[in-house]
Design a protein around this ligand. Sequence first.
Ligand code: CP
Ligand code: NVA
Length: 306
Amino acid sequence: MTVRHFLTLLDLDNDELTRVLDHASALRRERDQGIHRDTLHNRSLGMIFEKSSTRTRVSFEAGMTQLGGGSIFLSPRDTQLGRGEPVEDSARVISRMVDAVMIRTFSHETLERFATFSRTPVINALTDDFHPCQLLADMQTWREHRGSIQGAKVVWVGDGNNMCNSYINAALQFDFELVVACPEGYEPNSALVAANQDRVRIVNDPGEAVRDANLVVTDVWASMGQEEEQQKRIRDFSRYQVSPELMAHADRDALFMHCLPAHRGEEISEHMLEHRSSVVWDEAENRLHAQKALLEGLILGFDRLD
Ligand code: CP
Ligand code: NVA
């Protein structure tokens, strides 16, 4: 059987994505009723983190425990990966011992090299280019609040970063219109934009972009690894803060999402997370449910998700 990976949202077809999101919502309802499934009993997840994390680590680790399995936290500080053991060798060894591996790293190419040599499914837990697990949670959250996202107007405000690139993939997979409002020089991946011209539009004016939006999304102005650019970015992005005033241009039922962590006073105004449009806490919680569904799909088969 070919090993399935989840390196970007495009690795699952439409039917598999729907199954994952349906199953994730079912797991959420069951958890709320105190019901747990042991579907990954005796299974292990290797978790390689080369960048910091709160949500991703806690959700994968808690998720594996809740499904009856376990997880192993691996940081370069205390594995041979940090002492120069090649990614290819690490992939061959680790994947002979665990049932799936999630990786948070810098270069997307490192993740692809690991996947090429892995015997077990590899999950992208964030690279400089993509963050597909967050999109599963975002799409689950939208569906739970509003139903189908097909045909909706989604506006990304801010940096054309890993999250924004994943929103472009989501626009294709879930069939919505995406408007990206960013300063010149901070556009998302140009090849992705070119390949999705019918769904993705780049503009500079956030007010114009947000008009009649159904979903407004933002993220930090300086991602992990860009700390030295922080001050320049604060200047370049000063017009791009999401606030109640900006949300006033959106549809009155619009939702607001942010993958978190957030910087109040930068990409969002002080109380934006508490605004009536904000669903950020559901969004964060859904990382748990969506990834449990993803793990079951990758390890047991997507046709086994009910
Ligand atoms: N949204 C997200 O991936 O958060 P962490 O960096 O805390 O994992
Ligand atoms: N774009 C952010 C997302 C953090 C979850 C980063 O890469 O740091």
